[in-house]
Structures are given as C-alpha cells and as structure tokens.
Design a protein around this ligand. Sequence first.
Ligand code: FAD
Length: 420
Amino acid sequence: MLRLQGINLIIGTIVLFIALHLTFAPEHHTVRTTGSTLLGGISFLLMTFSVVLATRLEIFEEMFGGLDRMYQVHRVAGTFTAVFALVHFFSIPKELPPGVDPVLNSTFPSAQIGMASMVLLVIGLFVALNRKISYSRWRNPHKVMALVYILVIGHFMNAPGIFFERFSASGILLIVAALTGTVALVYTMFGMNKRTAMSFTIEAVNSLERATEVVLKPVGNMLKFKPGQFAFVEIQGKDWSEPHPFTISSAPNEDRLRFTMKVLGDWTRKVREELKPGGEVIVRGPYGRFDASKTGCRRQVWVAGGIGLTPFLSKLRAMEDDDDREIHFAYAARNKEEAIFLGELEAVAATRDNITLYPLFSDEGDFARIDVAKKRLPGGLTDYEYFICGPKPMVEGLMKDLKTEGVKRKAIHVEAFEFR
Ligand SMILES: Cc1cc2nc3c(=O)[nH]c(=O)nc-3n(C[C@H](O)[C@H](O)[C@H](O)COP(=O)(O)OP(=O)(O)OC[C@H]3O[C@@H](n4cnc5c(N)ncnc54)[C@H](O)[C@@H]3O)c2cc1C
C-alpha cells in the first residue's frame, strides 16, 4: 500500500519552495516571471524526486510502501514534471525587458538548453507511457532522462537574473535539490546494481503448466529476504538482456532461492525453452513490502490470481507451526491444470487448522469476487485484512468492491506485478 510519508515529503518540499519563491520574489521580477519560474521550479523538484526514487534505496521503500509504489510515484512525478515544464515554457517571457543588458543577463544559452531538455523530456515521457513499446526497447532510451536532468540544471543555473535569481531563497532550495539529484543519478548509474548484486548458479529448471520454476544455489551467502518480497533476476550470458523482477517463491530459511515464472513474453519463453542448469544468475534485491506477518489483524484473507500465487507460496512455506492467524486463502485459476502448486497448498491446508483454502476455477464459473467471499467467509467482510495479488482487473475489481462494502483502504494490501 502506498504510504503517505513519502507523498507528504514531496508535497512539503513543493509547498516550501512555493512559499520561499513567493515571499522572497525579487522586486524586479514581474508577476508573470515569478509565476512562470514557480512552475519551472516545481517541475524540477518533481523531476528530482523521480530521480531520487530510481535509486531503489530501502529508506524510500519504507516511506512509500515498497519499490512498486516508488516506481508508480516515479511515473506520476515524471508526468507532472513534463506538464509543469510545458506550462513554464509557454508562460515565460521570451524577450528581455527594454533596457536590460542581454550580455550581463545571460552567460550561457539558458533558453536553448531549456528548450532541448523540454523536447527530450516530452519525447521520453511519451515513450515511457506508451505501453505498446516493450520494456526492453524502452529501458535504454529511458536513460536519456539522466542527461535531461543535467540539462535542466544547466538551464536554471544559467538563467538570466531578470527571470530567475539562482541565489535567492527558492533558488538555493533548487540548488540543494540539484546536488541531491545528481548524487542520486551517479549512485543509480554506478553504485546501485553493484551494491545489491548476489551471485547464484542455476540448479534446476522445472517446467510447470505455462510456467517455469527456476531453482538457484547461492555462490556465496544466501540472499536475506522476507516472504512476499521480490528481486531482479539477471541471467548471465549473451542475449539474456535486462534484469526482470520476480517474487521469491521459496521461504527465507531454505538453502535455495526459487522463482516461479509465468510464460508471458519473449524473455520468460526463453527461460522455459532455453535455460539450462549450471549457468550463472545475478539476483538483486530484496525489494517490496507485501508482508502479511506484521499486521495487527489476525484474521486475513489472501487472494491469489494465477501467477499472483508466488508471494503467498513463500508466506506458506515460511509459516511457523505456532502461527495463530486465521487465514482464508482463495486461489483463482482457469482450471485445476493451471493451478500450479495446488497439491502443495492442499497438503499445507490439510495439516493446519488456521488455513482454509478455496480453489476457484473460472472454467467452472468460480471467480475471486466479493459475492463469493460474502458467501464463504465466516463473519463480516470488515473483520478481515486483505492481501491480494493477481491480474489487474481482478485486483482493481476486488479493491473497488471491498471499499464499497466498507473495508478500509488500509486493510487492503495489493502487490502490483508491474512498474510501468
Ligand atoms: C514486483 C514484481 C513481481 C513479479 N513477480 C512475478 C512472479 O513471481 N512470477 C511471474 O511470472 N511474474 C512476475 N512478475 C512479472 C514479470 O516480471 C514479467 O512477467 C516478466 O518480466 C515478463 O517478461 P517478458 O519479456 O517475458 O514479457 P513481456 O511481454 O515483455 O512483458 C510482460 C509485462 O512485464 C513487464 N516487464 C517486462 N520486462 C520487464 C522488466 N525487465 N522489468 C520490469 N517489468 C518488465 C512489461 O512491462 C509487461 O507489463 C513480477 C513483476 C513485478 C513488477
């Protein structure tokens, strides 16, 4: 769930910037100039937050509620960056006021740099938001945003003083943001991946119904993680391209790391068809906050749709004997054949009093829906805390209906299997 702490930090910083910008506006600035540079400054601050969130640092996961949420905020902040930048561009006066010396007022082509960065920003945003462009095609061009960020810093640090005073109170705030963002950029490009990388060898590649289980043996230390967390898996070797995120489906106390990968596109198909034991894999993580153990509510409903089972597999495999939570676990799949690991789930549910398993097969007309939950759950819907992972329509439908039934948003935890 998205935590407000991070959002409040963003809003607080922007409000501080607005207050400083309006309170200490230089006398020679016109209202139009002040307003336009205000929008430009907000745009830059949003871009800085986007850059900082891309570092994947744990402290921000805490503040925003997990890496998937951080990437969602990163995307929204990026979109608003472009919107504010465009309004800033169209509203800034294009001419210096009469009598102002252009040489004294400009040491560098600030306007041209600003224009170049804005064009790149808008193209970059279009590419990022266009879901028809595949992740692997989008990933490298997206790195151009780092250049855009540096260009924007160049733009406002060289802006004519008649438009923007860089050493004013709000200007200094932007400089601090620029320094923070630059450090974040350098870290993301050169430090982030090294810091979290752990090496594994492929021990087994098991074919399941429309999915593949990859079992990894650590080369050195085992990755420490909590059930429900995910990691980036990067298969070493030619043509394996970029890292892909997968939830860890083994338990933290196992001596092997297991991922269950549904065949969805080129990469996951290649895993199924070509991956062989013996190769090297770099795993980066863990990330995510889909943790059902910390919550205060002992009555929980888990809903897994298809491959959304993976975080729950880890939770079940890690469950202590004396766990006293009352868990109602709905596992929705098209049919019994596609319900991977159903046998294991049934075996666990048969030996534990605290777990009730509800396999739901859509081919038989059984869906993960609120009317089904109402019929089968003991007590009222508001007595439970919900953990949901699965296809977007299922997750969104359940969330909407649960809220209509009076379940509080903070009692609903969802894991999104997508960043874009
Ligand atoms: C937090 C998280 C946990 C996940 N856990 C699991 C899991 O346990 N099991 C499982 O089967 N799938 C999981 N996924 C989904 C999995 O990452 C994608 O299905 C896989 O990367 C698809 O790659 P592809 O090239 O075969 O398919 P494509 O058809 O290229 O992509 C399918 C979808 O995956 C996204 N995607 C593709 N490549 C990447 C990438 N490198 N990084 C991020 N997203 C990408 C695309 O944007 C698209 O939405 C998870 C995703 C996320 C974000």
